[in-house]
Design a protein around this ligand. Structure first.
Ligand SMILES: Nc1ncnc2c1ncn2[C@@H]1O[C@H](COP(=O)(O)OP(=O)(O)OP(=O)(O)O)[C@@H](O)[C@H]1O
Length: 507
């Protein structure tokens, strides 16, 4: 009896001692040896873990990055203003993590999950580490469901599937953000949750995105994770990882999620700055040796899960002077499943969105395209490729035969129909009908300037008359001969002016 009681007492004592020693290690403190822009070197903290969150005496946060034998390199996640040599710093015992959950929808937060909007504190119960392992191969499913962008040139020629990683690449001011934003806006009716992650962007650019999301009623299903250009490089560096953890929460609940990283060039610059400040050896273009790894580790987390749920990533990268072979851009091109290249030349010609179809590719999206779309898209790509080649020859003033002239004329109309204003998304059915009309030559007699008007009339007509075909197409049916005939007939009526605004004209 006494033995039993002694054993119990010993067990209680052991538990108390364990708890006490754990608590003791949590309050391990150190002091700042010296502090620079974005980083600090700290003495003490012998048991600190890599990526552990550390708290300075003034309440600022940092993250243990370089663990040397005699000091710790800490990346600052707040401004360094009130941190000086001698400042105290303590371990928190947890790696950097963020709140996750439905409460984040419609909110603007930073990489630590702190609200940046005026809607008060976040009511979330769960947190996830910002650095998480990507799903294993066996947990993944093939990408075979479309993610509709509503943009004709993308959905037709460079389709994106749910779970795909598609790079948006281009010089500055070529419409990269506009393209990603249009994709987010188009998810309103498809129930896809969106995360817009701004890294190193100017405040006015982010404000424009927020305003557009609000004005178009898409903010409620979007989370904005923002680290502006004036934030410490450490905070900019962890922002995409934090945003991905917030996205993974929804993916693991079986939801489809879209994440936009705007942009990874600024992310790479922030990491280079941190690495140079921490005196890590510089490599090509002064980037550290693991620059490829930081991006592949991030994008590996986007996938489609076999048990349901997907995370589609649209990373954006900015290049200079159309140099697609730039270091960070080529790294990202090799990591992702395709790229959308935005050309400054097309942008300046007013061919918006300025997607250069020849330099863009989607390595998996074709399998995800709706079956009805595949037939139309094939013909469209062929016309466009032939047209671009012929247009080059035509510039030399070569005399052209009638067939070539006809191909050129059709190509001009195809190009006209692929123009699209930034906030005018088309449903898959509308896109199929419009593209069918142009590839079948039903707009050949219309002057190109009248094509946008004909397109509008056609869209309102088919939605009104053929809603049922649209529904079937969306459910995965191909376009049968009868439906195709009916649609072509309607197209013919619109192009000849027989039908206006979806109604038969008074003839
Ligand atoms: N399809 C479009 N229709 C009309 N305007 C467009 C279209 N696409 C982009 N724009 C306009 O072009 C301008 C540049 O677009 P955006 O800011 O998206 O480019 P960016 O490449 O992201 O720029 P930055 O390099 O500064 O990040 C914006 O004013 C935008 O409204």
């Amino acid at each position: 009896m006494l033995n039993e009681a002694l054993k119990d007492a010993a067990a209680v004592m052991t538990r108390l001692l364990e708890r006490h020693s754990a608590a003791f290690s949590l309050v391990e403190t150190g002091s700042v040896r010296h502090v620079g822009h974005g980083v600090a070197w700290v003495d003490g903290l012998p048991n600190v873990q890599a990526l552990e969150l550390l708290e300075f005496a003034g309440g600022q946060f940092g993250m243990a990055f370089d663990l040397d034998t005699d000091q710790v390199g800490v990346v600052l996640l707040d401004t360094s203003q009130d941190i000086a040599a001698g400042s105290k710093i303590r371990r928190t015992g947890r790696v950097a993590d963020v709140p996750v959950g439905n409460a984040l929808l419609g909110r603007i937060v930073n990489a630590l999950g702190q609200p940046l909007d005026e809607q008060g504190t976040l009511q979330t119960r769960q947190r996830l580490a910002i650095e998480r392992e990507a799903p294993a191969i066996l947990e993944r499913a093939p990408v075979n469901q479309p993610l509709q962008t509503g943009i004709k040139v993308i959905d037709a020629t460079i389709p994106i599937g749910r779970g795909q990683r598609q790079l948006i690449v281009g010089d500055r001011q070529t419409g990269k953000t506009a393209l990603a934003l249009a994709t987010i806006l188009n998810q309103r009716q498809h129930g896809v949750i969106c995360i817009y992650c701004a890294i190193g962007q100017r405040g006015d650019a982010v404000a424009r995105v927020i305003d557009t999301l609000r004005a178009q009623g898409a903010i409620e299903q979007t989370i904005l994770v923002v680290a502006g250009a004036d934030e410490p490089p450490g905070l900019q560096y962890i922002t995409p990882y934090a945003a991905t953890s917030m996205a993974e929460y929804f993916m693991e609940q079986g939801r489809d999620v879209l994440i936009v990283y705007d942009d990874l060039s600024h992310h790479a610059l922030a990491y280079r700055e941190l690495s140079l400040l921490l005196r890590r050896p510089p490599g090509r273009e002064a980037y550290p040796g693991d620059i490829f790894y930081i991006h592949s580790r991030l994008l590996e987390r986007s996938t489609r899960l076999a048990r349901g749920g997907s995370l589609t990533a649209l990373p954006i990268v900015e290049i200079e002077a159309e140099n697609l072979a730039a270091y960070i851009a080529t790294n990202l091109i090799s990591i992702t499943d395709g790229q959308i290249y935005l050309s400054p030349e097309l942008f300046h010609k007013g061919l918006l969105p300025a997607v250069d179809v020849g330099k863009s590719v989607s390595r998996v999206g074709g399998k995800a395209q709706l079956p009805a779309y595949r037939l139309v898209a094939g013909a469209l790509k062929l016309y466009y490729a032939q047209f671009e080649e012929l247009e080059m020859f035509a510039r030399f003033g070569t005399r052209l035969d009638a067939r070539t002239r006809a191909l050129l004329e059709r190509g001009r109309r195809v190009r006209e129909i692929l123009k699209q204003h930034e906030h005018t998304a088309l449903s898959p059915f509308e896109q199929i009908v419009v593209l069918l009309a142009v590839t079948e030559g039903l707009f050949d007699d219309l002057p190109p300037v009248r094509i946008p008007e004909a397109e509008q009339r056609l869209c309102s007509l088919v939605v009104r008359q053929f809603g049922d075909i649209g529904r079937r197409i969306y459910e995965g049916e191909s376009l049968n001969a009868e439906d195709r005939m009916a649609i072509l007939q309607a197209c013919k009526q619109v192009s000849t002016g027989e039908v206006t605004d979806g109604n038969r004209a008074n003839t």
